[in-house]
Design a protein around this ligand. Structure first.
Ligand code: 6AU
Length: 299
């Protein structure tokens, strides 16, 4: 069992060095919600209507700001206001995938100025560690967080095997300040063999400091205080298994949280496409995912 899957969200919040990860874990505990809603609709009114109806049920609202045809920074301000009032974090699902210099500009500038309003964003590790350095130069001073896409939910995607392993490695090498977790289908952050030995012996590099890091950047499993803790946010979730016609694959909240040990389910069409019943359905997802988490803790 992975150490983070047997700790409560509240316990993990206390130990996390990143302010956004800490806030997310605290909200999860407070609202008993490990549900993120993905609001993939194309007008400001639709986004805000959905957020107002499900905001109290979720720990996180995920946006795709580039599909909102009338996006303005005033809309972003209103979303931030709602996030404070209704107690959730904002995750802009931008999936950055370019060289460090370009993503720095995409994150901070342009029409969307994502870093000015989104607590969390995500990036593909494909371009190498420069993408993390670029994004962190903007986001870390603001207390923002980044998720790397270590796995994807779509059929026949290429983010598997060695790619996934290297995504996790890249996060570890970046340190704990900005990369707070992964988009993944599983608990991809299993401890490296060195970390396991270190945890058993309470030793690092033979010096016997139980809470130091394995590789000198604070990532290791040196002891509880320094425990590596990545959040695993998982899309491809509906109340019953299945898929769509374009390769999306769905698992249930129980499979994702209990069987795979992930932290947060991300649900889009399962909630926003059930018009007029969004709040009711969101409550069903919240309950299912929270019960799966509580069951996992009891194992
Ligand atoms: O529940 P759905 O299928 O309506 O929406 C799933 C949401 C969409 C995708 O862009 C996103 O989750 N997503 C991601 C993310 C969050 O990065 C990765 C992935 O592998 N699959 C996926 O569906 O907004």
């Amino acid at each position: 069992m992975h150490p983070t899957t047997i700790k409560t969200y509240a316990e993990r919040a206390k130990l996390h060095p990143n302010p956004t990860a800490r806030r997310l874990l605290e909200i999860m505990e407070r609202k008993k919600s490990n549900l993120a809603v993905s609001v993939d609709v194309t007008t400001v009114k639709e986004v805000l209507d959905i957020v107002r109806s499900v905001g109290t049920k979720v720990c996180c609202v995920k946006t795709h700001c580039d599909i909102i045809q009338d996006f303005t920074l005033d809309f972003a301000k209103e979303l931030v206001r709602l996030s404070q009032q209704m107690d959730f974090i904002i995750f802009e699902d931008r999936k950055f995938a370019d060289i460090g210099n370009t993503v720095t500009l995409q994150y901070s500038a342009g029409l969307h100025r994502i870093s000015s309003w989104a607590d969390l964003t995500n990036a593909h590790p494909l371009p190498g560690p420069g993408i993390i350095s670029g994004l962190s130069s903007v986001g870390q001073p603001l207390g923002r967080g980044l998720l790397l896409l270590a796995e994807m939910s779509s059929k026949d995607n290429l983010a598997t095997g060695q790619y996934t392993t290297e995504a996790v490695q890249m996060a570890r090498q970046a340190g704990r300040g900005f990369v707070v977790g992964f988009i993944a289908m599983n608990r991809v952050d299993i401890p490296s063999p060195v970390s396991k030995i270190q945890k058993v012996n309470g030793m690092v590099n033979g010096h016997g400091h139980g809470n130091a890091s394995v590789n000198g950047n604070g990532n290791g499993y040196g002891g509880d205080k320094e425990m590596e803790d990545y959040l695993i946010l998982t899309p491809g979730v509906q109340l019953s298994k299945g898929g769509d016609t374009l390769g999306q694959q769905y698992r249930t909240p129980h499979q994702v949280i209990f069987d795979s040990g992930c932290d947060v389910i991300i649900v889009g069409r399962g909630i926003y496409a059930v018009k007029g019943k969004e709040a009711e359905v969101a409550e069903e997802y919240r309950k299912a995912a929270w019960e799966a988490y509580e069951r996992r803790l009891r194992c």
